[in-house]
Design a protein around this ligand. Structure first.
Ligand SMILES: Cc1cc2nc3c(=O)[nH]c(=O)nc-3n(C[C@H](O)[C@H](O)[C@H](O)COP(=O)(O)O)c2cc1C
Length: 217
C-alpha cells in the first residue's frame, strides 16, 4: 500500500467515530448519507466510484451479478440504465428484486442496498438518454445486449446501419432501452475499523422515515 493510501485509510478509520455520532441520532436519512459517502469516494480519487454490482435472480432463485453505473439517486431510489432485453432484464421480469453493492476499497467502505425494482418512465429514460454522447446512443441501438454475437463485424455493421439511419437527426430512445429504479428496503453502511471491529449500520423504512440499527461486524 502506498504512503498516500495509508494516510487516506488512517483518515477514514478516524471518520468511523463521526458515523457513530451521526447515525445513532436515529433522525438521519440514509440517502443523504449515501450521497455524502459517494461524494467522499469521488473526492478520494477512486475511479468510477459510481460503479456498483447489481445482483438479480431468476424466478427459481438462481442469482447472477454484474457491474453497472449508478446514474441517479434520490428519495425514490437508485437508478441504472440498461437494455430491457438483457439477461438482467429478463431476470427482473421474473423476479423484480435486486441487490446493489458498492465497495470503496481505499476508504474501507461498503454499502449494500436491497429492494424492489421498477422500470422508470420512458420520459425519464429519454431525458437521460439524450445526455449520452451520440456514439453511446448509436451503440444502444446496435447492441442486442446479452444475446450471442457470432462475429464482431456484425456489431460494426449494425453501428454503421444506425449511423446512416439517424444521419442528420437526433438519435431517439430505443423502446428496448431505459432505466430501472431499485426502491430500497434495506441500506447497510459498513466502515472498516481496526482489529476487524467494523461499524455496520442498517436502515429500513419505518412509519416516519427510517429505523436504524447497529449490527455486529
Ligand atoms: C464498470 C462497469 C460499468 C458498467 N455499466 C453498465 C451500465 O450502466 N449498464 C449496462 O447495461 N451495462 C453496464 N456494464 C456492463 C455489464 O456489467 C454487463 O456486461 C451487461 O449489462 C450485460 O449484463 P447481463 O447479461 O447480465 O444483462 C458495465 C460494466 C462495467 C465493468
Amino acid at each position: 500500500m502506498s504512503l498516500i493510501s495509508k494516510i487516506r485509510c488512517a483518515f477514514t478509520l478516524g471518520q468511523g467515530l463521526l458515523i457513530e455520532n451521526k447515525t445513532l441520532t436515529g433522525s438521519d436519512d440514509p440517502i443523504s448519507f449515501f450521497k455524502q459517502w459517494l461524494n467522499e469516494a469521488e473526492q478520494s480519487g477512486i475511479i468510477l466510484p459510481e460503479s456498483m454490482s447489481v445482483s438479480t435472480c431468476t424466478g427459481a432463485g438462481r442469482p447472477s451479478s454484474r457491474m453497472v453505473l449508478l446514474k441517479e439517486v434520490d428519495q425514490k431510489g437508485f437508478v441504472f440504465f440498461t437494455n430491457y432485453g438483457s439477461h438482467k432484464a429478463i431476470e427482473l421480469e421474473e423476479n423484480p428484486y435486486a441487490a446493489l453493492l458498492f465497495h470503496w476499497n481505499m476508504l474501507q467502505r461498503q454499502v449494500r442496498i436491497e429492494g424492489r425494482v421498477e422500470r422508470i418512465s420512458q420520459e425519464e429514460s429519454n431525458t437521460y438518454f439524450q445526455t449520452r454522447g451520440r456514439g453511446s446512443r448509436i451503440g444502444a441501438w446496435a447492441s442486442h445486449q446479452s444475446e450471442e454475437l457470432v462475429d464482431r463485424e456484425k456489431l460494426v455493421e449494425r453501428v454503421k446501419y444506425f449511423e446512416a439511419k439517424f444521419a442528420g437527426q437526433e438519435v431517439p430512445l430505443p423502446e428496448f432501452w431505459g432505466g430501472y429504479r431499485v426502491i430500497p428496503e434495506r441500506i447497510e453502511f459498513w466502515q472498516g475499523k481496526a482489529d476487524r471491529l467494523h461499524d455496520r449500520f442498517v436502515y429500513q423504512p419505518a412509519k416516519n422515515g427510517w429505523q436504524v440499527k447497529r449490527l455486529n461486524p
